[in-house]
Design a protein around this ligand. Structure first.
Ligand code: NAD
Length: 357
């Protein structure tokens, strides 16, 4: 038995599709959009504004990690001054997160133009940081009204971030496969998403200008993002949220390090997920090990130590992980989490023994 609720999802996909953005904006009845991006991606923001011509009223280039409320208010004031009737958020999860916060607080529709593989554009999940603490929630109003995937915009994503962001996307599929609200449609998308990303990422890392590989990776990221939007995430996402929020570790890289260990921890309780991942990873006998090896081949980080985490923080994070109950295919034990975190901290390969802790 299962329940599947399809979210409204409108996607334009393909190399060069940025040229269709003016049509997309016009088709949605918008005439004065504000382009949102990070300072590092101001050039892409300007490119998007130029592609939009008269339909763009300005570029707000102060999007940052964690969606600070002060930045949301400044962006809102800019949108008001310019009489904007919508936003186009171009960038990774941080820029798209800013668009969602404006949609949530001020009702402006957002069109997303993603340039990483994080997947935020496919979800109704928002995050907002106020006074140092981050709140998150789900609200259909923040779901972008349209998403334009142009792989040409990902050509500049550095190899390291491409690898980590791609594994971040795979993590959505892994947890979607064993989610309490999993369904056959989600499983189809997950297997295909992981297959596409695992096939494309090695080529992307070797040659970031390989447009076919970039398109394949972004296709996988779309599917994986849709899974994040459609299902309830489990231990992996909660643990990465604690690591990121408490220790300020980088988002995508933290996911890349932790994922193989979580899969090893959950594998025995999620045999169908393991079977799907095995197929997606080229009939890998042990998908947790295969993901760890993939991270190695991509030169992605494999230890929390190299991300700047102190070993002493392992117990603090393990305490946090067991403080509140949440979905997971097997019970979360304090001992299991601590052993898992120590292995992830040191960069060890995931141990099948963790299944019994
Ligand atoms: P990010 O948006 O912070 O981007 C990381 C860096 O890469 C930034 O400096 C950005 O300017 C740069 N960058 C992005 N695309 C580039 C490109 N094509 N070329 C060159 N540089 C580029 O990182 P992210 O991993 O995409 O997103 C992480 C944030 O998104 C986190 O805060 C996370 O919580 C949030 N997130 C939210 C959801 C959701 O559903 N709400 C989903 C995934 C991630």
């Amino acid at each position: 038995m299962f329940t599947f609720t399809a979210l409204p999802m409108r996607v334009r996909f393909g190399a060069g599709s940025l040229a269709q953005l003016p049509d997309e904006v016009a088709g949605l009845g918008l005439t004065r959009v504000l382009v949102l991006c990070s300072r590092e991606q101001e050039d892409i923001g300007q490119r998007v504004a130029e592609a939009l011509g008269d339909r763009a009223v300005g570029v707000f280039s102060a999007a940052r990690m964690h969606v600070l409320i002060e930045v949301v208010h400044r962006a809102r004031d800019t949108a008001r001054e310019l009489d904007a009737d919508g936003c186009v958020a171009v960038g990774g999860g941080s820029a798209i997160g800013l668009g969602k916060a404006i949609a949530l607080e001020h009702g402006l529709p957002v069109i997303a133009v993603p340039t990483t593989y994080a997947g935020s554009e496919m979800t109704p999940i928002w995050g907002l940081t106020e006074g140092g603490s981050k709140r998150t929630g789900r609200d259909p109003r923040v779901l972008p009204v349209s998403v334009l995937y142009d792989p040409e915009l990902t050509l500049t994503l550095p190899a390291g971030l491409s690898a980590a962001s791609g594994i971040n996307a795979i993590a959505h599929a892994v947890e979607g496969l064993y989610a309490p609200d999993a369904s056959p449609i989600v499983s189809l998308m997950a297997e295909e998403g992981v297959r596409a990303l695992a096939a494309a990422l090695p080529a992307v890392v070797v040659d970031g200008a390989n447009l076919d590989a970039r398109a394949e990776a972004q296709y996988g990221a779309w599917l994986c993002g849709a899974i994040l939007g459609a299902t309830t995430m489990s231990l992996h996402h909660k643990l990465c949220h604690s690591l990121g929020g408490t220790l300020d570790l980088p988002h995508a890289q933290t996911h890349a390090v932790v994922l193989p260990h979580i899969l090893a921890f959950n594998a025995a309780a999620a045999p169908q997920a393991v079977a799907a991942l095995s197929r997606a990873l080229g009939d890998a006998p042990d998908p947790a090990r295969a993901l760890w090896e993939l991270a190695g081949r991509l030169d992605a980080p494999r230890s929390l130590r190299e991300l700047g985490m102190a070993e002493d923080d392992v117990t603090r994070i393990a305490d946090l992980a067991v403080a509140n109950p949440y979905a997971n295919p097997r019970p979360i034990t304090r001992e299991g989490i601590e052993v898992l975190l120590r292995a992830a901290w040191a960069g060890e390969q995931p141990s099948p023994a963790i299944m019994r802790l």
